[in-house]
Write a protein that binds this ligand. Structure first.
Ligand code: MG
Length: 376
């Protein structure tokens, strides 16, 4: 039984070290909702990955704040919380709002790992001692700048390069990259920027020997992706479309994809992320861990998740320094010259939170207290 005494919510504003452009637009900084659970002498952390705008998903930091403050937080404080895995039941009455739920649920797992005195990775069922890392490279102002960026990331050791793409920033770019690096592991992510009229166009990408084409069509679609997958030799990977285990099963059965990107916020927390992982593993579908421009708190949770056995492809979990001039955890996440992150073996998430730095970045806060425990 985990006694949660208080939930501290805070918003921090962090400038990105470099602007990040996708088919949605350019991001220069992040407004991030952090959760701190207070339980007896312990504190545990969670991070909400919802963005400032409802572009990747229909949630935003502001909807998540509202849901946690008014619905999810009070439910958690009223419940008998046995463990992290209790959270989906506790939150069942609220439909959707998966990123808000994940922020709380992941903090509860973080707490459970401390109480059980085990590394978070082990509590989740992880077995890997290191995780393979790739990078996601945003749309650049020019092809020359893209080439320079790829050269830097390859020199740093990253095992897979993923290019954000959109109409007008695809074939010419893939051609240029493949001409210079014929053999690197290369993939692309369209974030739903294409439509059925583009099927022939996308089918022509088979010539570039991509590891996968990520979420080319609508963010909520399986059927049209299955039609596209039939036309392609290259594997489709679904990201936005997969909200839970049932979605994963439907997508796999319909052959809408042959690879799944798991983002713990997108599926509503560690419990569902593990369920998606297991469903894919049973059907021989590899998964990898996506990124949402997380601070070190969300990043450390992603590292723990990526240690599960079926995370067999390099994920988008990379070094803190790619995103932040200074992270909010100590030590920062680093990647070896072989393109790997070592999974911490310390109790809990394995990275200390830099409280001073978080305080300095905080622009909004709210605390929800548990009702006094009544002994009958
Ligand atoms: Mg994606």
């Amino acid at each position: 039984m985990l006694n949660i005494d208080a939930i501290h919510m805070r918003e921090i504003n962090m400038p990105l070290a470099h602007p990040f452009e996708t088919s949605f637009g350019v991001t220069t900084g992040r407004r991030i909702l952090l959760i701190e659970l207070e339980s007896e002498s312990l504190t545990a952390w969670g991070e909400c990955v919802a963005g400032e705008h409802p572009y990747f998903s229909d949630e935003t930091i502001d909807t998540a704040w509202l849901m946690i403050e008014n619905e999810l937080g009070p439910s958690l404080l009223d419940a008998n919380v046995e463990r992290g895995g209790s959270c989906p039941d506790i939150f069942r009455q609220v439909r959707g709002h998966r990123m808000a739920k994940a922020a709380l649920e992941n903090a509860v797992w973080d707490l459970e790992a401390q109480v059980e005195n085990v590394p978070l990775a082990e509590l989740l069922g992880g077995i890997r001692t290191v995780i393979p890392c790739g990078v996601s490279i945003g749309i650049q102002p020019s092809p020359a700048q893209l080439m320079k960026k790829i050269a830097t990331e390859l020199a740093a050791g990253y095992q897979r390069i993923k290019l954000k793409c959109k109409p007008g920033w695809d074939i010419k770019i893939f051609e240029a990259v493949r001409n210079r690096w014929p053999d690197i592991t290369l993939s692309c992510d369209a974030n739903s920027a294409y439509r059925m009229k583009d099927l022939d166009h996308i089918a022509s990408w088979d010539q570039f020997n991509l590891l996968m084409i990520e979420q080319p069509l609508w963010y909520d679609d399986f059927y049209f992706h299955s039609m596209l997958q039939k036309r392609l030799t290259t594997d489709i990977c679904l990201d936005e479309s997969i909200r839970n285990r049932r979605d994963a099963l439907a997508a796999i059965d319909m052959e809408s994809c042959r690879i799944i990107n798991i983002k713990v916020g997108r599926v509503g927390g560690f419990s569902e992320a593990i369920a998606v992982h297991n469903a894919a593993e049973e059907r021989g579908i590899p998964v990898w861990c996506g990124g949402m421009l997380e601070t070190g708190i969300g990043r450390s949770h992603n590292i723990a998740l990526s240690s599960l056995p079926n995370f067999s492809l390099p994920g988008d979990v990379s070094a803190s320094s790619r995103y932040w001039a200074e992270d909010i955890i100590e030590p920062a996440v680093t990647v070896s010259d072989k393109g790997e992150i070592v999974v911490p073996t310390a109790v809990g998430r394995g990275f200390e939170v830099q409280r001073d730095r978080i305080e300095a970045l905080t622009v909004r806060r709210q605390t929800l207290h548990a009702k006094a425990h009544v002994t009958v």
